[in-house]
Design a protein around this ligand. Sequence first.
Ligand code: PLP
Length: 454
Amino acid sequence: METIEEKKKKLLVEKDRQNVWHHVSPYKKENPAMVVTEAKGSWITDHSGNKLLDAMSGLWCVNVGYGREELALAAYEQMKQMAYAPMVQSHVAAIELAEKINEMLDDDYMIFYSNSGSDANEVAFKVTRQYHQQNGDPSRYKFISRYRAYHGSSMGALSATGQALRKYKYEPLSSGFLHVAPPDNYRRPSGQSVEEYNLLRAEELENKIIWEQKETIAGIIMEPLITGGGVLIPHPVYVKKVQEICKRHGVLLIIDEVICGFGRTGKMFGHMHYDIKPDIITMAKGLTSAYLPLSVTAVRKDIYETFKDSEENSHFRHVNTFGGNPAACAVALKNIEILEQENLVSRAAVLGERLQKELAELKSHPYVGDIRSLGFVMGIELVEDKNTKEPAAAQRVGKIIGECKANGLIIGKNGDTVAGYNNILTLCPPLSSTDEDLDFIITVLKKVFKQNQP
Ligand code: PLP
């Protein structure tokens, strides 16, 4: 006999099926979406009471972990005091947050608020094009990004995205977006050192600029490491070289810190691993640990100067109603305070190193081609054959993810979005994960890989 509770749960799933259009995933009757009802620390609970360790921090975003009462209180206090002011005006939380972010970036930027990572990148593109126009360089309108990177779902950000399966069916997208291959060190040609290979990839980027006529190139957008596209970590010489190339050709360097920002890589911002100074930095996810939507486009002050005191008709004509929402800014300030007070940025590095060390034994597993990480973000590349490096079949990848879930562990993959390379498992747990959480992740992964032999 079904209990009332069980009936209620079934009804909820049915209502979900009838009314909610889920993101990216097709609806499957035999496999309905998980309804999450509670979350604390690194753990989420579904409506049947199953507890799972969320080693993806939602969508790579809940950096300080779930269930932080301080963040709820920060939002509550701010909403009570003053719920809304558009950013054509200003308010205390927005001012304090901009000052705080700038302090972390050596005071060299102006902070523009929006709602999402996609929004922040759209702002970066518009600022870049307008900057060149008012700087006497109006023919610069093209952007170069990398294949396999994801930069968002709105038309410009999707155009910059280098994952074909996310784009086809929505084309034509915005014009003026070009792509080059990123460094993929695991798949570099034999006989090349990682450093040589990375320099060659940077050279290809420079050739693209030259062949496209450098006077048409406005900006390059890249993540400090490609996260969602398969955790591709460049050698530092690549990133340094890209900055050098940008400077040489008058191209702005936009660094997308939407995932890497706020401690994920073991430094406050991912680009800080490479000793570079981006022209524009975009941030979202970890900014509020996703407790409320907020994003930032940080623009170098000398670029902003060309917009300041500009003639009527030439100021930056971009507005969004919710950008810089007071409660979201208050939550971001509290979130950064937690990151700092609990040393979660250095904790990310410690946790990541331990994860690498403990999983090293999996490198000899027949299906594991490569394990790579920076801070607390990891990719495990699965192959059918270690010699040919043939990417693992989707079924095999899905089976491993499914078995992890059956054992209470949520991990991700680079999705069906990167043509030909849908074979990389991803891990991005909350930076607040405890040692016991990490033990759990390691135990489940080892168990599941042991179960999956040729
Ligand atoms: N940039 C990167 C690197 C991302 O991973 C994402 C989202 O996953 C975005 C931009 C877009 O962010 P949003 O989903 O908040 O629009």
